[in-house]
Write a protein that binds this ligand. Structure first.
Ligand SMILES: NC(=O)c1ccc[n+]([C@@H]2O[C@H](COP(=O)([O-])OP(=O)(O)OC[C@H]3O[C@@H](n4cnc5c(N)ncnc54)[C@H](O)[C@@H]3O)[C@@H](O)[C@H]2O)c1
Length: 270
């Protein structure tokens, strides 16, 4: 179904860990749509080695970068422009990690060193990336930056823990930076709020299987898949969405606008 809508576009894709990763599907589709990009992930994630398979498949290079390190990000953004032979047209931020959630720390009993890590990895890294891109003037006019988020930024999902705070910050950064980058350089910045999806990060949330079923039944169209998320992202990177910026865009089969569904009501019958 590829239509070459990213032909000639260059970018950086953060966060492809394995073939389940949402970023992996986005990289595959962006490649099919004609884009050229650099793949990046935390140095520790490189050890799994799977990203090299994706690089081979998509004819791209990999540059390791810890998204919390300014130095790594500066190197990544400089080298990517050298490799791609010009400025960027798109950046995907698909990074999330909470040591508190991973280690089962309750939201009312947080370890604050870990809390700072959660915010740094999952949200501040987005600001750092944007700030370095802006300082280096690394993104072309009408370029598009997307970060992936979750509706726990707006509503309480108890097991999502401190990741909810990180997602609120992430969405706020998209709005604030979107203003500044848009008004000076016409770069647009949005977040896509995706349905729960079976991936390494997703499955780290307690009760994930039950939750994904609940979400499926609370969404008129059903949960959006990672492949469908890739399609939306690619549309956001294309020239067909040039005036969309500073938005949190729900890609969730209607979950965010649904109070209750008939399927769920029926579960409460006597
Ligand atoms: N899976 C879901 O249910 C779901 C739903 C909505 C939004 N999201 C968001 O989508 C994004 C991608 O997650 P995913 O579900 O594809 O899982 P994933 O585990 O495949 O991706 C998370 C990525 O973050 C990377 N990462 C962690 N620490 C890093 C660091 N210090 N520097 C650089 N990279 C680092 C990991 O290596 C990994 O590639 C995340 O922002 C996640 O919160 C996921």
């Amino acid at each position: 179904m590829a239509n070459n809508i990213l032909k000639g576009k260059k970018g950086i894709i953060f966060g492809a860990l394995n073939s389940q990763s949402i970023a992996w599907k986005i990289a595959e589709l962006a490649h099919a749509e004609g884009a050229e990009f650099v793949l990046t992930n935390a140095p520790i994630a490189m050890r799994m080695g799977e990203i090299n398979d994706l690089a081979a498949k998509t004819n791209s290079q990999v540059i390791p970068a810890d998204a919390t390190s300014n130095e790594d990000l500066e190197n990544l953004i400089t080298k990517s422009q050298e490799i791609l032979g010009g400025k960027l047209d798109f950046v995907l931020h698909s990074i999330g990690m909470s040591p508190n959630v991973r280690k089962g720390k309750h939201y009312t009993d947080l370890n604050y060193d870990w809390y700072n890590k959660t915010l740094d990895i999952s949200a501040t890294s987005f600001h750092k990336t944007l700030q370095i891109c802006k300082k280096q003037d690394a993104i072309n006019e009408w370029g598009s930056v997307v970060a992936l988020t979750y509706i726990a930024a707006q509503r309480i999902f108890p097991d999502y823990g401190d990741m909810a705070d990180a997602k609120s910050l992430l969405e706020s950064i998209a709005r604030s930076f979107g203003y500044h980058y848009g008004s000076t350089k016409k770069v647009r910045i949005n977040t896509i709020s995706q349905s729960p999806t079976v991936t390494t990060a997703g499955s780290g949330v307690k009760g994930f299987d039950e939750f994904i079923n609940y979400s499926e039944q609370m969404s008129p169209l059903g949960n959006a898949s990672a492949e469908a998320c890739a399609e939306y992202c690619v549309a956001m990177f294309s020239d067909y969405t040039r005036y969309v910026t500073m938005q949190n865009l729900f890609h969730d089969g209607g979950f965010s606008a649904t109070g209750v569904t008939q399927q769920v009501i029926e579960k409460f019958g006597n």
